[in-house]
Design a protein around this ligand. Structure first.
Ligand SMILES: C[S@@+](CC[C@H](N)C(=O)[O-])C[C@H]1O[C@@H](n2cnc3c(N)ncnc32)[C@H](O)[C@@H]1O
Length: 313
């Protein structure tokens, strides 16, 4: 199988081209089956400035996320079995999943020699505000992490404070680079790649979407295989992969570098930077970004037009 390319197709067909025990790390984000057909809510005319947004709140992610319950369970079992087959002994599998069904992954994978290591939580610092105020805000997503076989797994322990089984970072409207409805944050994916793989390793994402896993793998010196069903999303991923990368400083976590938001910057990046004493972030390769207007800056009270994130050059 060709590596470092976006491969279009149904992953269940494409898996057959990957040999047993050949992948170091799988990071994937499959259908959660939570999509609601045609349910996209216009927020542009809401009275509350906190709730108001130009972009609709999308609950319809597409046909790929809308199956019968039985089909969804069967589909999940099939791709998971293939992941277990292609993973190396000592390799790691990480999958986002919906909170109701996430335990299915561990139970199912156990029969193929996979041991559940943890459930990792992505905490969104700026969740979508509640319209009806009858339940908690949905501010978390969950990732199941397992390892295969008896060999010790690749686990690059960083500083204690970086090794909690959760990460707090902003949700999509702050970091999104594409129109993909479920694009995941690069900060989170890079953090996981750093810990669970080494340079030169081969990483698989069988539900590639806008290509976040591929971009992060590339920027961290890993190889990747990326499958994606939709032609449009393949193009998105290819476009992202072809864009130049500069060498900027990126914030480690949203608000996690101790700088007030007004001192953070995203935007024109220097090609090299002096790391100030006491700065705890890491230098990451990221694409040149612009500050996005309309981002969810309301949680810190700073209007999007003046809010900058990152680190001043
Ligand atoms: C949750 S999204 C992944 C988003 C991705 N993590 C990102 O950051 O952009 C799941 C993706 O899987 C794709 N997909 C659904 N069924 C698939 C299949 N059978 N084979 C390959 N891709 C599939 C969908 O088109 C969708 O883009």
């Amino acid at each position: 199988m060709e590596i470092n390319k976006v491969i279009r197709g149904n992953c269940l067909d494409l898996f057959k081209d990957i040999s047993d025990n050949s992948i170091d790390l799988i990071i994937t984000d499959p259908p959660y089956n939570i999509s609601k057909e045609n349910d996209n809510r216009d927020r542009s005319k809401l009275n509350s400035p906190i709730m108001r947004r130009e972009s609709p709140l999308r609950y319809d992610f597409g046909k790929w996320d809308n199956m019968s319950r039985d089909d969804f369970i069967e589909f999940t079992k099939q791709w998971l079995k293939e992941c277990c087959r292609v993973l190396k002994d000592g390799g790691t599998i990480i999958s986002f999943f919906n909170k109701e069904d996430i335990s299915l992954l561990g139970w199912e994978a156990k029969q193929f020699g996979i041991r559940t290591r943890t459930i990792f939580t992505w905490c969104k610092s700026n969740p979508v505000p509640s319209f009806r105020k009858v339940n908690y805000l949905s501010a978390t997503e969950y990732l199941w992490i397992g390892s295969k076989g008896t060999k010790s797994w690749t686990f690059n322990f960083k500083q204690q404070k970086e090794m909690k089984n959760y990460m707090v970072t902003a949700n999509g409207s702050v970091y999104k680079e594409t129109e993909h409805p479920t694009e995941k944050p690069k900060l989170l994916i890079k953090h996981l790649i750093d810990i669970h793989s080494n340079k030169g390793d081969l990483i698989l994402d069988c539900f590639g979407g806008s290509g976040t896993t591929a971009i992060c793998s590339k920027e961290l010196g890993r190889n990747f295989i990326l499958f994606e069903l939709s032609e449009d999303y393949c193009k998105m991923a290819e476009k992202r992969l072809s864009q130049n990368v500069l060498l900027p400083l990126d914030i480690k976590q949203d608000g996690g570098n101790g700088l007030p938001p007004t001192l953070k910057s995203v935007g024109i990046r220097p090609t090299s930077v002096d790391v100030p004493k006491g700065f705890e972030g890491r230098i990451l390769l990221v694409k040149q970004q612009e500050v996005k207007s309309g981002c969810d800056a309301n949680d810190d009270g700073i209007p999007p037009s003046t809010k900058v994130t990152g680190y001043p050059a």
